[in-house]
Each structure stands twice: as C-alpha cells, then as structure tokens.
Design a protein around this ligand. Structure first.
Ligand code: DC
Length: 234
C-alpha cells in the first residue's frame, strides 16, 4: 500500500506544478503592469493585477461607507468582492464600471492602507491563486513571488529609480488629462514605498529566489524581451 502511495505521488503531477507562473513584483511605477501585460500577451498567459484587488477593496469600502481602519468589515468586503476583469483592461465592481476610479491616486492611497491589514491579505489569497489557469499566469504585485505563488517558475523583481517612477506616473496622469505636480507625485511615491516596505505583513521586498531587473533607462520592449528570454531559458 505504501509503495502504491509513493508511486502515485510521483506519477500524478500536481495541477500547480503543471501551470507555470511568472511573478513580477516591485514598487509602484517600476513598469510591472505594462511589462506583465506584454509578457502575458506574448505567451498567451492569463494576467493577474493583484494591486487592482487591493484597490477594489478600497473602493468597495468607500461605496459601503466602511472605515479603512475597520479590519473585520474590510476582510468581509474582500471575501465578497463582486469583481469582473474585462479583456480590454476594464474592471467592474458590483456591476459598475470602475476602471477610471480604480486608477486615481486617492484609490491607490486607500489600497496601500487596506493592504496593511492581515485579514484583508488573507481574504484575497485564494482569489489571487484562482487566477492560476492553463496555459499559465503572469502575476504582478508586491508579494506574488514571496507569498502568493512561492513555487512560481520565474520570479522577477522590477525596480526603477524613484525619480524615473515619478516621471512615468506623471506622464500617465497627464495623458489622461490630469494635472498633478511632479514634486507631489515623487513625495507620494516615496511615502507609499516606505509604507509598503516597512509594513510587518508581506512587506515589499524581493523573494529570495527572484531575479532583479532595473528598468531605469530601458525601453518597454527591452524589458519585455529580457523577461521572455529568462522564461525561455528555464
Ligand atoms: O500596484 P498598485 O499601485 O495597483 O497597488 C496598490 C496598493 O496595493 C499598493 O500600495 C501596494 C498594495 N499591494 C500589495 O500590498 N500587495 C500586492 N500584491 C499588490 C498591491
């Protein structure tokens, strides 16, 4: 009987091992979202923007008038989140298109606050893991390689100088017609980096086995190609 069990373990590969995951972690503005989408498109993989889930919890709290300090209620909202992700990057919350609200600085700040709460992080864990579907997944966030998909095939930690990240965010917002000062954005980015790296739960830092990729001064195409090359080499 034990022999049978031992054989079974080796002959039936687990579903997790058969669906490859590429994790892209790093601070805001390092280019994770853009690179993750390009890599997912190139490989025909699914995409998980985990930051969007934290942002959705912050929005759901706003809509339900729940305080961002009420861990119990926030975890409930996170568990019951009625979210839908469209192919064209549109996002719906409880049937409402929240694509534009999701990307505001205010929602980002709210997300950073709720992301510090352990019950919220736990509530989102299985939802994030459910994105792992054949033929593969590209997951972007802060703790994808270090906590959520610890057995990922390829773990990458993207960085860029704080100055370059602020400039990129500034351009993104300007393209959307929003006028925000570069100095205020730099300050905001540094503040959020500090909060994300200093929190006790799943702090922002590279997984032990992650490859570091500095995107400062590199084009989107170069960085995408580097990720694809690393994946092809596995
Ligand atoms: O990447 P983003 O700006 O959409 O993330 C919003 C916030 O959510 C950010 O402050 C960090 C947090 N976050 C997190 O703690 N863990 C993740 N896996 C993704 C985002």
């Amino acid at each position: 009987m034990f022999e049978w069990l031992r054989k079974k373990r080796f002959t039936v590969p687990s579903r997790r091992a058969s669906v490859p995951v590429i994790t892209l972690d790093g601070p805001g503005g390092a280019g994770k979202g853009t690179i993750a989408r390009r890599v997912a498109d190139a490989l025909g993989f699914h995409l998980l923007d985990s930051g969007a889930l934290y942002r959705l919890v912050a929005l759901a709290a706003e809509d339900a008038c729940v305080s961002l300090t009420n861990g119990e209620k926030l975890a409930e909202l996170a568990l019951r989140l009625d979210a839908r992700f469209g192919k064209d990057s549109r996002v719906w919350l409880s049937g409402q298109d929240v694509t534009d609200r999701l990307r505001t600085e205010q929602t980002g700040a709210g997300a950073s606050t709720v992301a510090q709460i352990g019950t919220v992080r736990r509530a989102l864990l299985s939802r994030q893991r459910a994105f792992r579907k054949s033929p593969g997944l590209v997951a972007d966030g802060r703790d994808m390689g270090s906590h959520v998909f610890t057995d990922a095939a390829l773990k990458i930690y993207l960085t860029a100088s704080a100055e370059e990240r602020a400039k990129r965010r500034h351009k993104q917002l300007k393209d959307k017609g929003l006028d925000v000062s570069l100095a205020a954005l730099s300050q905001d980015i540094e503040h959020r980096d500090r909060r994300d790296s200093e929190r006790s739960l799943a702090p922002l830092r590279p997984a032990m086995d992650a490859r570091l990729l500095d995107t400062t001064g590199r084009t989107i195409e170069e960085v995408t190609q580097q990720v694809l090359d690393w994946f092809a080499e596995l």
